[in-house]
Design a protein. Structure first.
Length: 171
């Protein structure tokens, strides 16, 4: 794979060198035809071709027109795409992971809430039944029945009605 890339790079560089020579020759012939004055020795004007050469670098990728089926199957195209978009891919993976984690936590919280609500309803029913049992057991008739059943108690029902004591208030 590396040898192919190096051979491709050498061919590409040779083609660029030929194009550069042609463009320089055309530029010189055009300058002579236009009758431009020559620049002083210290000041040399940069041509468009030289500016482009300075801006271009060898790490530039091949133009999209040179995309071949072999490059796609070999993984070169995909690798270039991934290499250029690695931060975007990492961001998407992070956001997706965070989304899944938050959703899972929310589902767990919803399950806990529903379980606690069921427990609360059960506790309310138990408290209500306990309260009604206590009320039933505290009635006078129930207390009397319990006393009769135990027969060891000295408590009994009074035969005389209760006395009402009136207290005179001092004014």
């Amino acid at each position: 794979m590396n040898i192919r890339k190096m051979a491709k790079k050498d061919k590409h560089e040779a083609a660029e060198a030929q194009q550069d020579e042609q463009l320089q020759a055309e530029a010189q012939s055009q300058e002579q035809a236009d009758g431009k004055k020559e620049q002083p020795e210290g000041k040399k004007e940069l041509t468009t071709l030289e500016i482009i050469k300075q801006q271009a670098s060898e790490s530039d990728e091949a133009p999209a027109g040179s995309l071949r089926f072999r490059d796609i199957l070999g993984g070169d195209y995909l690798w270039a795409l991934v290499r250029n978009q690695v931060w975007l891919i990492m961001l998407v993976v992070f956001i997706t992971t965070a989304y899944v984690a938050v959703r899972y936590q929310c589902q767990q919280d919803a399950i806990d809430i529903s379980q606690l609500e069921r427990d609360l309803v059960d506790a309310k029913f138990k408290a209500l039944s306990s309260s009604s049992n206590l009320t039933r057991m505290c009635r006078q008739s129930s207390v009397l029945n319990m006393l009769k059943e135990n027969q060891d108690s000295l408590l009994h029902i009074s035969q005389r009605p209760p006395y009402i004591i009136e207290v005179m208030s001092e004014k």
